[in-house]
Design a protein around this ligand. Structure first.
Ligand SMILES: [Zn+2]
Length: 468
């Protein structure tokens, strides 16, 4: 499992929670971009806005705000302040709020218009010296004639954050015009990718507004769109087969159908030696030079690339149907996505495949430098010093150990229960009650919780199962 880390690195947030309120705000207005100059100019408004009891508005720190305006009913400009204490924000963003007339209190308008501009590095060259030092999900990446930017982590548009419940509302309805003179192709997440340079997009479904625009080609197959890649017809058929096989497995396992066409994006990379992927339903963005680019990932028949594809598709369930809100949940979703991906890959492996992975992983957990808390004791990011190992390896190992204890059938039942209902899986009562129901034996349930989900001895207890 460790080998997968390079490919899945820097997935700080995977997806987010749609508005807990009944009303999903609408983001509308105009976004002007030049992919040659690396500029973004926005005139966007949030309407149908019901701000949470406390709130911050996160926006990328490379964006300079001209003003914020509220209509009530006539438009007027409002002052805004920064909140420097917003500690769980990703490092790309700055947090703002609008103070009210009463000192120390905030203003809660139901609409805000934002005008802001930004200019970002443009990387058109693959020479080492003109690359960025690193690339990551939240990067506003102007790369090789395209702009690739996610929603939640980059916050290129205003995203409301609820600090009381640790929820970031990056999934919005939209009515947005993208105006990019030097573009030929535009994709705004959730809409169909189209050719053109001035296009209006609308969505009544809340989406993370990932944007991929520039000069790239669009390919379409039965199961997917492929953006910025050049698959042959035969390869596209193979891609469909891979997607189908993985979805067949996931649908059988979860008993939940998959609805939409995927959109695979070759997002280009701004740094040497990087490879990672991230999910923002229905888009999956693959970032990297060969062998980490999109085409190589599908062409390679290695377990590693199939595992990565299966992992990203698993986020349809853990990450989309069950959306992450907090840091904690984005972490837990990784464990379950990794578990499902390993289940998928292990079908074609010999009987010891999982066991060998576990024995390897236990060695990493025994490294005295690896600090962590058991899954039910984990409630703040400081509880591990290595998010990658914790999310992708430790949690996954715990899940496979639980499966070994309770059997595949009950494990599958637990996962199905976790995917039901509205509760986030990071809700510990929900996590426990579904496990208890699936095991359906109080002694066994208590035993599993004591050994693997709380306390200091989880690794020793795993070791007893897999090694001794
Ligand atoms: Zn993931």
């Amino acid at each position: 499992m460790k080998t997968l880390k390079l490919f899945t690195i820097f997935l700080f947030f995977i997806t987010s929670f749609a508005f807990g309120q009944e009303k999903i705000p609408l983001l509308s207005g105009i976004v002007k971009v030049s992919v040659q100059n690396g500029t973004i100019e926005c005139d966007l408004q949030l309407t149908e806005l019901v701000l949470p009891k406390d709130y911050l508005i996160r926006l990328n720190k490379g964006l300079n705000i001209l003003n914020m305006e509220v209509k009530n009913p006539d438009p007027f400009l409002v002052g805004f302040d920064r909140d420097l204490t917003d500690s769980v924000q990703s490092h790309e963003t700055v947090s703002y709020f609008i103070p009210s007339d009463v000192k120390g209190e905030k203003f809660y308008p139901n609409n805000i218009r934002f005008r802001y501009v930004g200019k970002f590095p443009v990387i058109n060259d693959t020479l080492w010296t003109t690359m960025q030092r690193e690339d990551w999900r939240g990067n506003i990446a102007f790369v090789k004639g395209n702009l690739r930017v996610d929603g939640i982590q980059s916050a290129w548009y205003p995203t409301v954050y609820d600090p009381i419940n640790d929820l970031q509302y990056d999934q919005l309805k939209y009515d947005i015009t993208i105006d990019c003179e030097d573009c030929e192709t535009i994709y705004l997440n959730g809409a169909e990718p189209v050719r053109g340079s001035l296009i209006n997009f609308k969505s009544d479904i809340a989406r993370e507004l990932l944007l991929f625009i520039g000069k790239y080609n669009i390919q379409e197959s039965e199961t997917t769109y492929m953006l910025n890649s050049d698959f042959t017809q035969k390869e596209l058929e193979e891609v469909d087969k891979i997607n189908d096989r993985i979805f067949d497995f996931m649908i059988r396992y979860t008993n939940i159908e998959y609805q939409e066409k995927l959109v695979w994006i070759d997002g280009g990379v701004t740094a040497k030696g990087y490879g990672f992927a991230f999910f923002s339903y229905p888009a999956i963005t693959v970032v990297g030079d060969p062998p980490y680019d999109l085409r190589s990932s599908f062409q390679s028949v290695s377990d590693r690339s199939i595992h990565t594809i299966a992992h990203e598709i698993s986020h349809y369930y853990f990450g989309n149907l069950k959306r992450s809100n907090s840091y904690l949940e984005s972490l837990i979703n990784e464990g379950f996505a990794q578990f499902l991906a390993s289940k998928y890959v292990s079908q074609n492996e010999d009987a010891n495949f999982i066991k060998d992975e576990m024995i390897q992983a236990i060695e990493w957990f025994e490294d005295p430098d690896f600090k962590f808390k058991a899954m039910l004791d984990f409630n703040q990011s400081e509880h591990t010093n290595d998010r990658e190992t914790y999310a992708y390896d430790y949690q996954t190992a715990i899940l496979f150990t639980i499966e070994r204890e309770i059997g595949e059938e009950k494990m599958q039942q637990w996962i199905r229960l976790l995917l039901q209902g509205e509760e986030p899986i990071s809700n510990k009562d929900f996590f426990k009650s579904t496990l208890k129901k699936a095991i359906n034996n109080d002694d066994k349930y208590n035993d599993v919780v004591d050994k693997y989900l709380i306390g200091e001895l989880t690794v020793e207890n795993m070791k007893k199962i897999w090694i001794e």
